[in-house]
Design a protein around this ligand. Structure first.
Ligand SMILES: C[S@@+](CC[C@H](N)C(=O)[O-])C[C@H]1O[C@@H](n2cnc3c(N)ncnc32)[C@H](O)[C@@H]1O
Length: 214
């Protein structure tokens, strides 16, 4: 069994773009640890919420083949502009991934957009008031991961980095809630804590959820 706690460097190797800080990113050390451990050269690595492309850049550095989807045009362009495999990058809502002819992936590594449960603004619908609220966010998350499962090889690992959220007195158990949305299509195989070796005082650790496709 894998160690339930691992320690990784808290450091960002690539400058953030002028329009976005490093706040939404996980460190390259996390992507490198997972990709080395759970894939081999030539494997197809998919990040369906690509953000600033950490998974994709590290996959390319390790001679894997990156595929990514990012809904926001500015981030999409910034990432695609720096990838060798830029044609594997899609700018769209991941819920629509079956519009594209994606190959079957060997590993999915991602971190989804977060939503505190007392908020109405649902990031998976760009804040559309018709889809407001935490329940709709979780339902959509399950729907999107159902689509993601369709482009994964059987038994391929899905690894999600996610945090519980504390806002004043309100606590959002996002780690548990996201894991529960995946029940239909995935089996959870592990859960791990990543401690940062030099943490920002307010962010000492994060969580990794491991699944395999049913
Ligand atoms: C937490 S960030 C991912 C950060 C990434 N792990 C990194 O290291 O840069 C989540 C990303 O998902 C994108 N996103 C949100 N909803 C989406 C959707 N429905 N389809 C595709 N991307 C989406 C957001 O724009 C954001 O960039």
């Amino acid at each position: 069994m894998e160690n339930p706690i691992i320690i990784l460097p808290w450091a960002f190797e690539r400058d953030a773009p002028p329009f976005e800080g490093n706040d939404i990113k996980f460190p390259e050390s996390l992507a490198r640890h997972i990709i080395k451990k759970h894939s081999k050269k030539g494997d197809k690595i998919f990040d369906p919420f690509a953000g600033l492309g950490t998974t994709l850049f590290v996959a390319e550095e390790l001679k894997r083949i990156p595929f990514g989807i990012e809904a926001e045009g500015q981030k999409f362009e910034w990432v695609a502009g720096q990838l060798e495999n830029w044609t594997h990058m899609i700018c769209d809502d991941t819920a629509c991934l079956d519009k594209y002819d994606l190959p079957k992936m060997d590993l999915v590594l991602t971190s989804p957009p977060y939503m505190p449960r007392h908020h109405k603004w649902n990031p998976l619908f760009g804040g559309d008031p018709k889809h407001a609220g935490y329940d709709k966010y979780l339902k959509r998350m399950g729907f999107i991961f159902g689509k993601i499962s369709k482009v994964m090889k059987k038994n391929a690992p899905l690894i999600i980095q996610v945090d519980n959220l504390h806002h004043g007195k309100t606590f959002t158990p996002l780690v548990r809630d996201i894991a529960n949305t995946l029940d239909k299509n995935f089996i959870q195989t592990n859960e791990q804590i990543v401690k940062w070796d030099n943490p920002k005082q307010d962010y000492p650790f994060t969580n990794l959820l491991y699944f395999k496709k049913k």
